[in-house]
Design a protein around this ligand. Structure first.
Ligand code: SF4
Ligand code: SF4
Length: 378
């Protein structure tokens, strides 16, 4: 806890200075490809990360050598962890090489995957290269999971992947740390307790229920027009949540609390907040965002950005990561966020879920410090 506070204060000092600069971001996401064999109902991939076009050819993605340089730069800046994701990272044949490069660069590599291509051989290579934790998607019991993921064998392959990871880690005398992630939408709203039962059978360490991130189409704001424009618009079939059903499931999950898996909610919503999350565009659990000071992502083609609303800061093939993190584009963006508290359309952002943030003073404006602990645009 103390360590987390110290870490937060490192960035918070920069936030208060309001120069738009920041210390080395603690969250580093490497989106190593935008290809994926699945077609998840709630995926932002095709409409968002690739700018609405199909993913470019694999040959246009950063190669292992380029990623190796990016990882080394991040470690040199003081970074410690990297989350390797996509798209689906296991479509890259050189994934073990990327993991090795991260580990050799001094980072702890974590992997977020659907597990679709994670077989015995790949699990063996990835374990050997030092993946620190495994994050796999689980959207419900098999039929629900498969329907959401758009493949009849998605569940079977995910469970096979888990087994391969377990065995490969055990062969090295270790124990795989497994985090399962469930995105909550109308498609699986009635199956959350069942999802916990499945996660228990799979002996996961943690199950995270994440309420879906989205923005209202009619409030997709002016700031977003200049941003990466990731598609956060929630299709009606996903959004049509019945708060009663969801409340019932949350109660049941709560009543099933067990030692393993540990259950987390992102965010944890009070019963009266469940309807507001899906139906009230203005509702946010916190009303100021500190994430742009704490996180950075590098995309498959080398573009650097902070979050879906941030502009692209440039490309690691032209500039150093350190220069881009504190370049003019991201500095201006952080200043805009500091002024606004949160931007229009950000209310349901997945990075905006730490309720402690609402008690942290925002920077003084016009010579006066705001007294109110919440409220947009304070
Ligand atoms: S596995 Fe991930 S990247 Fe692939 S379609 Fe599903 S959400 Fe999108
Ligand atoms: S809430 Fe913060 S992290 Fe999320 S999109 Fe908005 S500015 Fe970015």
């Amino acid at each position: 806890m103390l360590q987390r506070l110290r870490t937060f204060l490192r960035w918070y000092r920069f936030y208060l200075r309001n120069t738009g600069e920041t210390a080395c971001p603690g969250t580093f996401i490497a989106e190593v490809t935008y290809h994926c064999p699945l077609g998840c109902a709630m995926c932002s991939l095709h409409a968002g990360k690739t700018g609405g076009a199909p993913p470019r050819k694999e040959t246009e993605e950063l190669d292992a050598e380029a990623w190796s340089s990016v990882f080394a730069q991040y470690a040199h800046m003081g970074g410690r962890n990297v989350l390797i994701t996509g798209g689906e990272p296991t479509v890259r044949r050189d994934l073990p090489e990327l993991v090795k490069a991260a580990a050799q660069g001094g980072l702890r590599p974590h992997l977020l995957t659907s597990g679709y291509y994670l077989d015995e051989e790949l699990a063996e290579h990835l374990c050997r290269e030092g993946v620190a934790s495994w994050h796999l998607s689980l959207d419900g019991p098999d039929c629900v999971h498969n329907a959401i993921r758009g493949r009849e064998d998605a569940f079977e392959r995910m469970t096979r992947a888990l087994e391969c990871l377990r065995q490969a880690t055990a062969r090295r005398g270790g124990r795989a740390q497994i985090v399962l992630q469930c995105t909550v939408t109308a498609r699986n709203q009635g199956h959350l307790a069942d999802t916990l039962r499945v996660a228990t059978e799979l002996a996961a360490d943690t199950l995270i229920f994440s309420h879906h991130s989205f923005v209202e189409p009619d409030v997709f704001c002016a700031e977003a027009q200049t941003a990466r424009g990731e598609n956060w618009k929630l299709a009606p079939e996903l959004r049509d949540v019945d708060p009663e059903i969801l409340r019932r499931e949350v109660r049941e999950v709560d009543s099933m609390r067990s030692q393993l898996p540990r259950v987390e909610w992102s965010p944890r919503l009070a019963p009266d907040e469940i309807a507001r999350w899906y139906q009230d565009p203005e509702f946010a659990v916190v009303s100021r965002c500190f994430y742009p000071w704490q996180g950075v992502s590098v995309g498959a083609y080398g573009d650097v950005f902070v979050c879906p609303m941030s502009p692209c800061a440039g490309n690691v093939q032209q500039d150093s990561l350190a220069a881009l993190v504190n370049g003019p584009g991201l500095r201006r963006f952080r200043q805009t966020v500091a002024r606004a508290g949160i931007l229009t359309g950000c209310q349901k952002c997945c990075n905006l879920r730490n309720r402690l943030w609402r008690w942290i003073p925002s920077r003084p404006r016009r010579g006066r410090r705001s007294k109110a602990p919440g409220g947009v645009n304070e």
